[in-house]
Write a protein that binds this ligand. Structure first.
Ligand SMILES: C[S@@+](CC[C@H](N)C(=O)[O-])C[C@H]1O[C@@H](n2cnc3c(N)ncnc32)[C@H](O)[C@@H]1O
Length: 258
């Protein structure tokens, strides 16, 4: 799976975009699964700002963040050091080949990763492997079928479709959210609970530039300009549709996932 292309790339723009997220702002769906002393793996942790919230929530437990972007891990280590949080560590690694023994964690958290993967079920099975029996997974991704953008126009719809097709051409799926129940089930999880929410981006220029830059890099200049023009409109809106799912690894200590 090393051939995967991560659509946003590890640009400063994309890293800053992720770096505004916190457990409170984006991980609320998983907080009921967190308690003092448990160990959590954060898959695709990016610059680690959500991981820091997870670390505070587990107290004497430990949080490990994994990301295949070296620059993201460097930034995450810096963020943890600046925040003075010691019960968190970050490592470069692939979500398809986790460098951990079976049954190493009480929880696996993954925010905004699944939509970028060619084989999300393989990643979820790997998460299942490193979870202890009774452990929970919490995943959250967008579903572009739920996006609300205004003011609407044909050009804007085309730009949205172009962005989704760019991600698809890299093996991802910007409409993955609605499939979470099926994917978790296929990976072996049980007691699946699904939820969804909207996030209204406070700055249209911020999200518009984030999308435009990625389109521009692939020479989709017209669609990039559409996002930039739209992002200057007064009274406009971008409501992101997030789907979250929690699943449980039910089983005895000796169970395997085969
Ligand atoms: C959209 S960012 C999300 C970062 C963070 N979880 C958040 O929500 O702010 C997705 C992250 O997943 C990482 N990623 C993508 N594919 C990966 C893979 N196959 N293995 C490990 N990390 C991966 C990217 O490098 C990126 O940092």
């Amino acid at each position: 799976m090393s051939s995967e292309t991560y659509t946003p790339g590890h640009t400063t723009n994309a890293t800053n975009f992720m770096g505004k997220r916190t457990l409170e702002s984006h991980g609320g769906f998983f907080t009921s699964c967190l308690s003092e002393g448990i160990d959590i793996l954060d898959l695709g942790c990016g610059p680690g700002t959500i991981s820091l919230g997870l670390a505070k929530a587990v107290g004497s437990g430990c949080v490990v963040g994994i990301d295949f972007g070296e620059s993201q891990i460097d930034k995450a280590v810096q963020n943890a050091s600046e925040a003075g949080i010691a019960n968190v560590e970050f490592h470069v690694g692939s979500c398809y080949e986790l460098p951990f023994e079976d049954r190493s964690f009480d929880g696996v958290f993954s925010h905004a990763l699944m939509e970028h993967l060619k084989d999300p079920v393989a990643a979820l099975k790997e998460a299942w492997r490193v979870l202890r029996p009774g452990g929970k997974i919490g995943i959250c991704s967008p579903d572009a079928d739920g996006w609300l953008l205004s003011p609407p126009s044909r050009e804007l719809s085309e730009a949205v479709n172009s962005y989704a097709s760019l991600q698809e051409s890299n093996g991802g799926d910007l409409r993955i959210g609605k499939r979470f129940g099926l994917l978790l089930q296929e990976a072996g999880f049980q007691n699946i609970q699904l939820s969804a929410r909207y996030e209204c981006y406070p700055s249209l220029e911020f999200i518009g530039e984030y999308l435009a830059l990625q389109l521009e890099q692939k020479e989709r200049i017209r669609e990039a300009q559409t996002f930039r023009d739209w992002s200057k409109s007064d009274g406009g809106m971008f409501a992101q549709a997030w789907v979250s799912a929690i699943g449980t690894k039910v089983g005895q200590e000796s169970n395997d996932n085969g």
